[in-house]
Design a protein around this ligand. Structure first.
Ligand SMILES: [Zn+2]
Length: 268
């Protein structure tokens, strides 16, 4: 009988802990790019125009199809207040984001196949101009079964467009914004919840540029998680406390009932 009650108490505490843990938001791995003065990088108008300045060698369409698909994937993210979107720049149209396949004089070293340069306003973090460079001497692929010595162009462009919108690298292994794609890697053409959360942390706010965000050293999106986490911890401790109190109470009641049945009845 007493062991059954102990088990019941344990189950109750465990359930309380599970509820508390489910209230804790997942730990995101994303980071935002920062301007020279620490402001969060962000695009200020949508759709953001993208131009494929030089075709990617080895692909029949020069990489246009992969680029359009990568643009469409990010454009499908709806953060509520602001819809992040990219559009292909027509001839003669101004494009703040440019993609170039570099044939000679690759500046970023052997380990890096693609690089994104983001020029921003150092006070507000507003993105002014983005240049995405691809090492044209590498083998680029547009098929689902990526050859062992090739890189999937759509995966790489999806990642670089994330930088173009202000995201930095993510610590989340499954994220598109995770750094370090190796040749022959399986395509990663869908966004991870971590990528979407990172993007929406920048663009869900009605005002894109907040004055109080200037020179803030820590990421406000991350620090705001302290409140729900503290509440979840409190709920866990409360559940533990309630379970223990209930268990002790029952033990005490049983003790009294053995020595003095009268007072045990009065407590019930
Ligand atoms: Zn990167």
């Amino acid at each position: 009988m007493s062991s059954a009650r102990a088990v019941f108490g344990f189950v109750r505490v465990s359930l309380g802990m599970l509820v508390a843990l489910s209230l804790t938001p997942p730990a995101w791995g994303y980071e935002h790019g920062r301007s020279e003065y620490g402001a969060r990088l962000h695009l200020t108008s949508f759709p953001a125009r993208v131009r494929l300045a030089t075709p990617v060698p080895g692909l029949s369409d020069g990489g246009r199809g992969a680029m359009l698909r990568a643009m469409a994937t990010w454009s499908g993210v709806n953060c509520g207040a602001t819809r992040v979107s990219f559009a292909y720049a027509n001839t003669g149209e101004d494009a703040p984001i440019e993609v170039r396949a570099v044939r000679e004089g690759w500046r970023h070293g052997q380990a890096i196949a693609a690089h994104t340069d983001v020029e921003s306003d150092k006070f507000s973090g507003a993105i002014l101009r983005v240049v995405i460079e691809l090492d044209a001497t590498r083998r680029w692929s547009d098929v689902v079964n990526v050859p062992a010595d090739a890189l999937d162009l759509e995966t790489v462009l999806l990642h670089e467009l994330g930088h173009a919108a202000g995201l930095a690298h993510s610590a989340q292994t499954s994220a598109v914004m995770r750094a370090g794609l190796k040749p022959g890697h399986a395509p990663r053409r869908a966004l991870d919840p971590d990528d979407v959360a990172g993007m929406c942390a920048s663009y869900a706010a009605p005002a894109l540029v907040k004055k109080d965000e200037r020179s803030v050293p820590t990421d406000p999106g991350r620090s705001s998680l302290w409140v729900p986490r503290a509440l979840a911890l409190f709920a866990t401790l409360a559940a533990l406390g309630a379970g223990l109190a209930g268990w002790k109470g029952r033990r005490k009641a049983r003790g009294i009932s053995r020595s003095d049945p009268g007072s045990a009845r009065a407590d019930a």
